[in-house]
Design a protein around this ligand. Structure first.
Ligand SMILES: *Cc1c(COP(=O)(O)O)cnc(C)c1O
Length: 237
């Protein structure tokens, strides 16, 4: 059994346990395998275990992998997206996780119209108000969401966050709980908008804290290291 297959077995077991702890069904949580910096061969090992959702951070790397790998893979753009790169990924990914400004959403909308597709997005929340993180502050979110929801060919599917880097994942439980509150809050505040009525994705939880995230209501976890091992950035800028 390959290392990736072994790791996936563990991750799957932990996801199931966390679902059980919270009285949730396993199918309420999507596992996105974060494959940034990892070669196509490793992605295929996960693919052969049945994984179809993969997350990437860098546009060039993502588009290269889309070309080379099976067409039934659902690609997630999870990294910080620059406006001038939107055109390269529009129509090629199932979900853009890190929408952190109205101007980025405008560009996504514009490119989606041009390519005659609808772009599904998540709004990124800087849930712990960290200077180093992208994302909307929770207090700014309802207004931004209302504005973005008006844009053509864009669908707000939910929210995402990257919780603080902590030694003990329990420290992030409060932030995961807050994300769920934020999601309910936006839904009630802007309930009359049709492009938001299925706003039920909460993308949160990474290798260090996905179990806690699931216990607090995550519907999508993004696990990289826990599946593919440590990343080597030495050939990246
Ligand atoms: C890299 C990355 C992940 C995966 O992180 P791991 O700790 O390796 O699981 C998840 N989400 C985002 C936004 C990332 O950039």
């Amino acid at each position: 059994m390959s290392l990736v297959a072994e790791n996936l077995e563990k991750v799957e077991k932990y996801i199931k346990e966390a679902c059980d702890n919270a009285g949730r069904q396993r199918d309420e949580v999507t596992l996105v395998a974060v494959s940034k910096t990892k070669p196509a061969e490793m992605i295929m090992e996960a693919y052969n275990q049945g994984i179809r959702d993969f997350g990437e951070n860098y546009v060039q790397e993502l588009t290269d992998k889309i070309e080379r790998l099976p067409k039934d893979i659902r690609w997630h753009m999870i990294g910080h997206l620059q406006r001038n790169k939107v055109k390269y990924i529009i129509g090629k990914v199932v979900l853009i996780h890190g929408v952190d400004s109205v101007s980025l959403a405008r560009e996504i909308s514009k490119q989606a119209v041009k390519h005659e597709v609808t772009a599904d997005i998540l709004l990124e929340v800087n849930v712990a108000k960290e200077d180093s993180k992208f994302g909307f502050l929770s207090e700014d979110l309802p207004e931004a969401a209302a504005e973005i929801a008006e844009l053509p060919n864009i669908n707000i599917k939910g929210i995402m966050c990257s919780a603080p880097n902590v030694d003990n994942p329990e420290k992030n439980r409060q932030y995961f709980a807050k994300m769920c509150k934020i999601c309910v809050d936006i839904k009630t505040k802007i309930s009359d908008n049709s492009s938001m009525d299925a706003m039920d994705v909460i993308s949160m939880g990474m290798t260090g804290d996905y179990r806690v995230a699931i216990e607090e209501g995550s519907t999508m976890v993004r696990v990289g290291t826990g599946i593919f091992g440590e990343r080597d950035y030495s050939n990246k800028k």
